[in-house]
Ligand binder design. Structure first.
Ligand SMILES: [Zn+2]
Length: 70
């Protein structure tokens, strides 16, 4: 199951739960028990200092999905 990040709008508690997509409606704050929680967007590896982009060595040559003119 995926992990979702939530933030309570009553006490400001941030927490993450590993629930299914359908159970996101009945999430309650583990701190105060409020149901006014807001789902946060998941971020993928955005903690990079500096401004240089990291090039991933993924299929630089011989990639099966390499688009070639037909
Ligand atoms: Zn709360």
């Amino acid at each position: 199951m995926p992990i979702f990040d939530f933030a309570c709008q009553d006490c400001g508690k941030k927490f993450d739960l590993m629930i299914s997509n359908r159970d996101k409606d009945k999430v309650t704050c583990p701190e105060c028990g409020s149901s006014k929680v807001r789902q946060l967007l998941s971020l993928f590896n955005t903690t990079s200092s500096g401004g240089s982009k990291t090039v991933q060595p993924s299929c630089s040559a011989g990639c099966p999905t390499a688009a070639s003119g037909g």
